[in-house]
Design a protein around this ligand. Structure first.
Ligand SMILES: NC(=O)c1ccc[n+]([C@@H]2O[C@H](COP(=O)([O-])OP(=O)(O)OC[C@H]3O[C@@H](n4cnc5c(N)ncnc54)[C@H](OP(=O)(O)O)[C@@H]3O)[C@@H](O)[C@H]2O)c1
Length: 497
């Protein structure tokens, strides 16, 4: 078939073949689409490996990119702990975990309730995790959860607040991660020295538009001060607390971008915090902090952002779906850089130590002390290790973000500024402390109220029962505490006979 076709084209020209030009145009179009799709699909990681026995905690593992990461890691044999805002008995969650277990042939997938929009919920989980002797195994924490309020970023003025009275984007995207890691930090540092511990943050190119103005941050991020003059009720004062409430706010920087900038700044100082720890066994620190930017992907979060959370937006999105299919990555493609951060040997603390050992050797050789430097077998082995590694990751410590499976420089100088990092750390500590204190007082008040209400209810029921007894055949007489004597003829005394 192809030979007569080629022969006819050669002798009689392409025009002699019916629909040849149309066919060629279609083929050219398909090739162009395939090329664009492959370009926008981004890079694929090449790292490989199994993760049997590793314990990996992941936030946002129930949807979008986080869900793809969780599935891939489970398939490689890791034990997965999904931190979700729902209770582990939630029907959706139970079904999701059962599906994931069946799909990945891995039974070691569990869920823990950690609502990132509640500081109390984070503390309950993290303290329970840390209060364990000996310390539990924890190889990795992947922080993928996020929230984006499309209306707030579009400047239309609607802001959502959490139960702690903080901007939802600020709390879920940044402060919750700070809180969770601050409490989990001893558990991370207590891992044996030969364990490859990694903390992976989900960054976003949006951080470039963030603004860390510490004089105004409390005002921008909290309900009480921002809402002065615009609202009179705080979500905390409501009896049945919804998880979020809305109010109208003006003059605010883009909070999603600011929360991501804060997250990246914190990621670097968290690495310094982990590295500064002096281990009792005198071994070098073994935890690495990495930041990944997955690139624009077709996830529920992105859909909400594109549609601006409206039905009209959804309609337009559905009508233009082929365009989004072409230019946005699938969640699996978005997960590639995360998988590289998890699997690539060059990102381990061990690789970093090997590099610094090699650097020392080079320095000593440069100082003319070559003999002494090379005589250290450990150092020589370290150099060999380095040469075996495909590439050593610098991590956020050196101002690098993993994007398209490559390390790129961060684009905001604040991230590398120790003073900004210190100020942010202290600010976050203060904000959490204040909000947790308020929360504790409110919970105590609520408890008291509930107890008083229950007591009242019980008394009313008792009165009702007594009234019933009075209206009946006998009178019930209360004796000493908990010891009731029944009047003869009462229903109870008859029952007792
Ligand atoms: N998608 C992109 O184009 C893109 C681009 C750059 C960076 N990123 C970053 O990559 C990460 C993953 O993005 P994505 O688009 O896959 O996210 P997504 O689809 O919006 O999913 C967000 C996840 O966060 C969880 N979450 C939200 N609020 C929570 C709370 N209060 N407590 C606990 N969990 C909560 C959600 O849980 P539920 O499912 O239970 O609601 C969900 O699993 C994010 O950090 C995002 O900023 C994404």
């Amino acid at each position: 078939m192809p030979i007569p076709f080629i022969a006819q084209t050669a002798f009689d020209g392409l025009s002699s073949i019916p629909y040849a030009y149309s066919g060629l145009k279609v083929v050219a179009c398909l090739c162009l689409i395939a090329l664009l799709k492959s370009y926008f699909g981004g890079a694929q990681h090449t790292a490989d490996g199994v993760l049997h026995s590793k314990v990996i905690m992941i936030t946002g593992g129930t949807s979008g990119i986080g869900s793809s990461i969780a599935a891939d890691l489970a398939q490689r044999g890791a034990q997965i702990i999904l931190l979700t805002k729902y209770s582990p008995s939630d029907l959706f969650l139970v079904e999701y975990i059962e599906d994931l277990r069946a799909k990945t042939n891995n039974e070691l997938i569990y869920a823990e309730q950690v609502d990132l929009s509640s500081l109390h919920s984070i503390r309950l989980f993290a303290t329970k995790w840390v209060d364990n002797a000996p310390p539990r195994r924890l190889d990795m924490v992947i922080l993928c959860a996020s929230t984006q309020n499309p209306r707030s970023s579009s400047g239309s003025g609607k802001t959502k607040y959490t139960v702690d009275g903080l901007d939802e984007e600020w709390q879920v995207n940044y402060l919750a991660n700070y809180h969770l890691l601050s409490i989990l930090s001893p558990a991370l540092r207590a891992q044996p020295p030969d364990r490859d511990v990694r903390v992976i943050f989900a960054g976003c190119a949006g951080y470039i538009g963030g603004k860390l103005d510490f004089n105004a941050l409390e005002e921008y991020t909290s309900l009480s001060s921002m809402a002065a003059g615009t609202t009179t009720t705080s979500p905390k004062s409501k009896k049945s607390k919804p998880s979020t409430s809305s109010t109208t706010i003006s003059r605010k920087p883009p909070m999603f971008a600011t929360s991501k900038l804060a997250l990246l700044t914190f990621a670097r100082s968290f690495q310094s915090h982990l590295s500064a720890y002096s281990r009792p066994d005198k071994q070098p620190p073994n935890a690495r902090v990495l930041v990944v930017d997955p690139g624009l992907s077709r996830t529920p979060g992105t859909r909400r952002w594109i549609t601006r959370g409206s039905l009209w937006g959804l309609l337009v999105y559905l009508l233009t779906w082929p365009l989004w299919w072409l230019i946005l990555k699938s969640p699996q493609q978005g997960a590639q850089s995360f998988l590289m951060a998890v699997l690539e040997m060059g990102f381990s603390a061990e690789a970093v130590h090997a590099v610094s050992a090699a650097e020392n050797i080079a320095k000593n050789a440069g100082n003319g002390d070559k003999k002494r430097a090379t005589s250290t077998t450990a150092a020589v082995a370290a150099v060999e290790d380095v040469s075996k590694l495909a590439g050593v990751g610098m991590g956020i410590e050196k101002g690098k973000i993993i994007k398209e499976c490559k390390e790129r420089d961060v684009l905001r100088p604040e991230i590398m500024d120790d003073n900004v990092a210190k100020e942010l750390w202290e600010f976050s500590e203060r904000q959490i402390e204040a909000r947790e204190k308020e929360g504790a007082v409110l919970r105590a008040l609520e408890k008291k109220e509930r107890e008083a209400w229950e007591k009242e209810k019980k008394e009313k029921e008792k009165e009702k029962e007594q009234a019933k007894g009075n209206g009946g055949e006998g009178i019930e007489v209360s004796g000493s505490k908990g010891n009731k004597t029944k009047a003869p003829g009462s229903r109870r005394s008859r029952k007792a006979k």
